[in-house]
Design a binder for this molecule. Structure first.
Ligand code: NOJ
Ligand code: CA
Length: 679
């Protein structure tokens, strides 16, 4: 497959003289199938979207309501428009694919108020073969000045009813829900990405790209099938404050494809982000890690001090030895710093990010790890006390970096809307995880961490909007129900959960799901909980659920007891040259193949929901005329997540690109394959 950096092609469709036209404006995708039109009707501004001549969005309003002044909503006029094409291939420092093609047609529509104060801005649409991004851009002389946005009017008036996979927004949790599957009209307010399939098979996913200095967008029902952008409010109810001068909003995105797998191959959200701002990022290292972690979730170890404290020097050395022996890059240590004792969920202000517990020797462990070619991964749980964290983070990054840490996992465990910020008057105010303050906070963390060559893996984060392109040290994040729910979330994640994630949460970017639990039942530790997958399905996650850092989340002894299955985790890379979705339907199943960035190996991961099924594939992704050894890890004949989760067959076959393969997946099952060229 092609790995060539195409030259940047930038061309105007019209000569500059004729490029500006008042009234209506439209633009289509490079393949001509998608079409966006912008129009005004009685002074209100609308856009429409169609595919192959069939409506996707009927006229949907654009504009803002503001606190200070009259809204930018009525008396609007299109004063000009311009279309330009763009085609570029850029390289990712790490990723699910090395080269990304960014190919779109762009329409800029200039809009002005007819009456005073005659403010003006542009709405810019980028139309790709697989979807659309659009945003508002106000130049310095727009006349907006300092504003408080109380409502972004942006509508999505869906033309047809659809099946939708969604999680609620503005409720008590952040993004950690089991997905709902309902009719579109039944969705009250949802987080994005929200993904739907129409009766005619068209798939649409709504999200946003490049969310900086702005509030996250949810989709709120207005009436019928018409939804609008609902921004997370600040503590005073104002949703976004802009301090004058030029501004741009995040891109509102619609990925629109003929089938479910089309969504999985889309790079639209990444493409709409700004290029790398950090320069040389060779210090950002993809890789695999183990950690002092699952024991706390099973409640056999503790974050806080005492007889079961997990983060002791002795226990950490045991993990470092294990990591060194089996080729892992990192050891995550949670509970290393003071502040965990008592009700840590509600006591974020007492976290100290530079003071290790007395039984954790930071310097000694840094040295011990370095000598064994392993890195400690730092941990900053804030419990949502963000001002407390911001006052200490620079000092902590410096201390950790001095001791060999190149990656820090952050955490914002607090109910949604409960992020504590201490304002200018020393008064606590409460923010949303996806509000403007938190979008600024995460950027501050990334910039500060980059100074110390530290990469960030945020849990309870703001949603991903592709900023890893701009800040490649944002290496992963959570932002959905991960493996942890299987330890204590009775009844944990249903088998369908990981068959929904690829088409929803994962469209936004990498997820630190923490796969690889081998002791699926842990009857002694948590008799009321269990993991609802087969063992082979745990292996499939390493390929299906993309992240440049992947954890082997279980306890070391459980891996040593299943060396045969463990081999796959040891082999699988986390940085890819190419990725392709071979088949799939939302909530049912999915198959990915990915090529290792550092060898000629290919990997396959396939998984299913509670239904067993056999999927036929051809191996034509492999290089032609070459023999490969396929090491196959599949569900055993009678495997079943419920009754027989450990039944697994590990076998080896010689295959070529012209072969077919049957992937037989047990109920709640999966499959993982490594393809290595025969020497
Ligand atoms: C929630 C995170 O998702 C989990 O990984 C972590 O162990 C706990 N918070 C404690 O920080
Ligand atoms: Ca979490």
């Amino acid at each position: 497959m092609l790995k060539r950096i195409a030259p940047i092609i930038l061309f105007l469709f019209f000569s500059p003289a004729s490029a500006y036209a008042a009234g209506e404006a439209s633009v289509s995708s490079p393949d001509g199938k998608l079409m966006v039109s912008v129009l005004t009707e009685s002074g209100k501004l609308y856009y429409t979207v169609a595919r192959d001549g069939k409506a996707v969005l009927t006229p949907s309003q654009l504009g803002f309501r503001l606190y200070e002044d009259k809204s930018f909503e009525r008396g609007l006029q299109i004063t000009g428009s311009r279309t330009v094409g763009f085609d570029e291939t850029w390289e990712q420092p790490w990723g699910e694919r090395q080269f990304v093609r960014n190919h779109y047609n762009e329409l800029t529509v200039e809009v002005r108020e007819q009456a005073k104060p005659k403010r003006h801005l542009s709405v810019v649409f980028r139309v790709y073969d697989d979807g659309i991004g659009f945003r508002y851009e106000a130049p310095a002389d727009s006349g907006f000045g300092e504003i408080g946005i109380t409502d972004e009017i942006t509508e999505f008036a869906f033309a047809e009813e659809a099946r939708v996979w969604w999680i609620p927004s503005r409720w008590w949790n952040r993004y950690e829900y089991i997905y709902n599957e309902t009719a579109l009209h039944q969705v009250p307010i949802a987080h994005t990405p929200i993904t739907m399939r129409r009766e005619d098979g068209l798939h649409i996913s709504i999200h946003e790209a490049a969310l900086t200095n702005y509030s996250g967008m949810s989709l709120l029902k207005k009436h019928g099938l018409t939804y609008e952008a609902d921004l997370a409010p600040g503590p005073d109810g104002i949703k976004v404050r802009l301090d004058g001068g030029a501004f741009v909003t995040p891109w509102r995105t619609l990925q629109i494809t003929e089938d479910a797998t089309g969504l999985l191959d889309s790079s639209l959200i990444l493409n709409l982000n700004e290029p790398n701002k950090l320069g040389d990022v060779s210090w950002v290292e993809p890789g695999k890690y183990v950690g002092i972690w699952w024991g706390m979730h099973l409640a056999v170890e503790s974050w806080g001090s005492g007889p079961t404290h997990g983060a002791t020097t002795k226990n950490t050395k045991r993990y470092i030895d294990f990591a060194a022996k089996y080729g892992f890059d990192g050891v995550l240590v949670e509970g290393w710093n003071e502040g965990w004792d008592g009700d840590w969920f509600h006591n974020g202000d007492v976290f100290n990010f530079t003071k290790p517990y007395p039984d954790y020797d930071l310097e000694e462990l840094g040295k011990y790890a370095r000598e064994r070619g392993v890195r400690i991964i730092g941990h900053h749980e804030t419990s949502g006390s963000v001002s407390n964290y911001e006052s200490q983070m620079a000092g902590s990054f410096a201390l950790l970096a001095k001791n060999g840490v190149a990656q820090v996992k952050t955490g914002y465990v607090a109910h949604a809307g409960d992020i504590k910020r201490v304002d200018e008057n020393g008064k606590p105010v409460y923010e949303w995880h996806d509000g403007q303050f938190m979008s600024q906070h995460h950027e501050r963390v990334l910039v500060e961490a980059a100074k110390h060559h530290i990469a960030i893996n945020s849990h309870e984060p703001i949603k991903d909007t592709g900023l890893r392109r701009t800040y490649p040290n944002w290496i992963s994040r959570e932002g959905a129900r991960g493996q942890e729910y299987n330890a204590w979330g009775s009844p944990g994640n249903p088998p369908s959960h990981t068959a929904v994630l690829p088409y929803t949460r994962m469209l936004s970017g990498p997820m630190d799901f923490t796969p690889g639990i081998f002791d699926l039942l842990f009857e002694e530790a948590q008799p009321n909980d269990r993991v609802r997958t087969t063992l082979a399905k745990q292996l499939s996650f390493y390929v299906v659920l993309y992240s440049p850092i992947q954890m082997a989340a279980d306890l070391p002894e459980n891996y040593e007891a299943r060396q045969d299955a463990f081999q796959f985790i040891r082999d699988v890379p986390t940085d890819w040259a190419e990725s392709h979705a071979l088949n799939g339907e939302i909530g049912d199943y999915v198959t990915f193949v990915r090529k290792d960035r550092n060898s000629d190996d290919w990997y396959l991961g396939s998984l299913t929901n509670e239904e067993g099924r056999t999927l036929e594939i051809t191996l034509d992704f492999l290089e032609a005329d070459r023999l490969y050894t396929a090491e196959i890890y599949r569900d055993g004949v009678n495997a079943d997540w419920d009754t027989n989760p450990y039944a697994m067959v590990i076998e080896s076959k010689t295959v070529t690109a012209s072969d077919r393969m049957a992937l037989s997946l047990a109920p709640g099952g999966g499959m993982a394959v490594r393809f290595t060229p025969v020497k």
